[in-house]
Ligand binder design. Structure first.
Ligand SMILES: [Zn+2]
Length: 429
């Protein structure tokens, strides 16, 4: 009882802080002078890795709460399948599902590329243009239409795609703190010279909420501390933009790639044991979503054996549920398995548990990510759940560019943008 009322007191104190912030944010953007920029619009896409949507209500993120109150906020940003980092980051900047942009998982084999395995921490693989040949990230489309981009980390930004790359980019450094990432981006955004025009589009990527979520679980104090650090970094970004006269013409699109689920240590599925009768088959993907290359094993026999596992649903890749989208891609293994939320498949007996995991059914509440959109053209709006495919066309409208082919429905464009001459909030509650 007493600890609960202490939490309530702490929340009230933080809410007060958030209201002060809301006042700051609201008072700043409509009127602030823009001495350097001349009001040239800037759109910043902020990737909050693993920031589950309910983290916003935990009282550790006054800046994000203030932005949500003054802008558009969704009940959940629904990831594409599989609900893992690289596919979803690429969907955010292409508006396409994984089979459409080719980055179908964090780990991939491709018979057309040969021996190389695509892995997140393998720089040679991540910077091999062959893996990116099917995608056209927004900075590529934007560059063709005369827009300048600065990307402080985003999957695909470290490689020339269709011959084009952001003007400013850095090789990924996981050890760079959230504050350092902000300062580095601010350095680029405020370095405006006659031969170096102000960027139109920027990305910023924060990894620490995801890292702490994996290591300690979504309800841990470590996650709450990471939320507070990321929130403080975003506050510093806003202050820096304000000082440079850029804030009044800036849109922030803050999007999480997926949520996070607690996985108890005793809820591991023994993937190696399941394959014992099938020596030619091997797991290419493991975890909440797993993928199996059959080798020359019999598909029906393998599926029958996997079907005996009570915490796993498995399908041939052509027969996954339609709501997961088309998975018919050479980089998707023959059989896809999805663990029940809270369970995870491993192909080795892990010496340590991973208490926080994602990759589960994208429609599960644990997988919903945060979406906040804020800026002069955005009206305060509370949205329901939105597919993350919808972020891309909104970015294109804010950048004033023609989008590449994509799979979105234009929902955010319809619901968030101020209409010329419209009264905020009059159209829909
Ligand atoms: Zn992620």
């Amino acid at each position: 009882m007493s600890s609960r009322s202490a939490v309530a007191r702490a929340c009230r104190a933080l809410t007060g802080l958030a209201l002060v912030w809301a006042g700051l944010v609201l008072s700043v953007w409509p009127a602030a002078a823009a001495p350097n920029s001349g009001g040239k619009p800037l759109t910043i896409l902020i990737g909050l890795d693993g920031f589950r949507v309910d983290y916003l209500t935990r009282g550790h993120s006054p800046t994000l709460e203030a932005l949500a109150k003054a802008g558009g906020v969704a009940q959940g940003l629904t990831p594409v399948f599989p609900s893992v980092t690289f596919p979803n980051h690429v969907s955010l900047v292409t508006g396409r599902r994984p089979a459409g942009h080719g980055i179908v998982n964090n780990t991939m084999w491709d018979p057309r590329i040969g021996d190389q395995v695509f892995r997140l921490r393998d720089r040679q693989a991540v910077t091999n243009p062959a893996w990116w040949a099917e995608s056209e990230p927004i900075w590529v489309t934007a560059a063709r239409q005369g827009r300048v981009s600065s990307t402080l980390f985003w999957p695909g930004s470290e490689v020339k795609i269709r011959g084009l790359q952001p003007r400013d980019w850095l090789p990924y450094r996981h050890d760079m703190s959230s504050m350092e990432r902000v300062d580095h981006l601010l350095g680029w955004l405020t370095d405006i010279r006659p031969d170096r025009p102000q960027a139109d589009f920027a990305t910023l990527y924060f990894s620490e909420v995801d890292s702490e979520g994996h290591a300690h679980g979504p309800d841990s104090p470590a996650v709450h501390q990471a939320i507070a650090r990321v929130d403080a970094a975003i506050a510093r970004l806003i202050q820096g933009l304000e000082r440079a006269g850029l804030w009044s013409s800036t849109h922030l699109v803050i999007a999480a790639d997926h949520g996070m689920s607690y996985v108890p240590a005793d809820q591991q599925i023994d993937g190696r044991g399941l394959l014992r009768p099938f020596p030619a088959a091997r797991w290419q993907w493991t975890g909440p979503v797993s993928g199996l290359a059959l080798g020359d094993e019999d598909k029906a026999a393998v599926l029958a054996a996997l079907g005996k596992s009570p915490h796993l649903d498995c399908w041939p890749k052509a027969l996954v549920p339609r709501r997961f989208g088309d998975l018919n891609h050479p980089r998707v293994p023959d059989i896809i398995c999805l663990a029940r939320t809270g369970w995870s498949l491993s192909d080795q007996l892990l010496s340590f548990p991973i208490p926080g995991q994602h990759g589960f059914d994208p429609d599960h509440s644990d997988m919903q990510g945060l979406l906040i959109v804020h800026g002069p053209r955005i009206r305060p709006t509370q949205l329901g759940r939105v597919s993350n495919l919808e972020v891309y066309p909104l970015l294109c409208v804010l950048l004033g560019i023609r989008p590449a082919a994509n799979e979105s429905k234009g929902i955010l464009v319809d619901q968030l943008l101020q209409r010329p001459g419209s009264v905020v909030g009059s159209r829909r509650r």
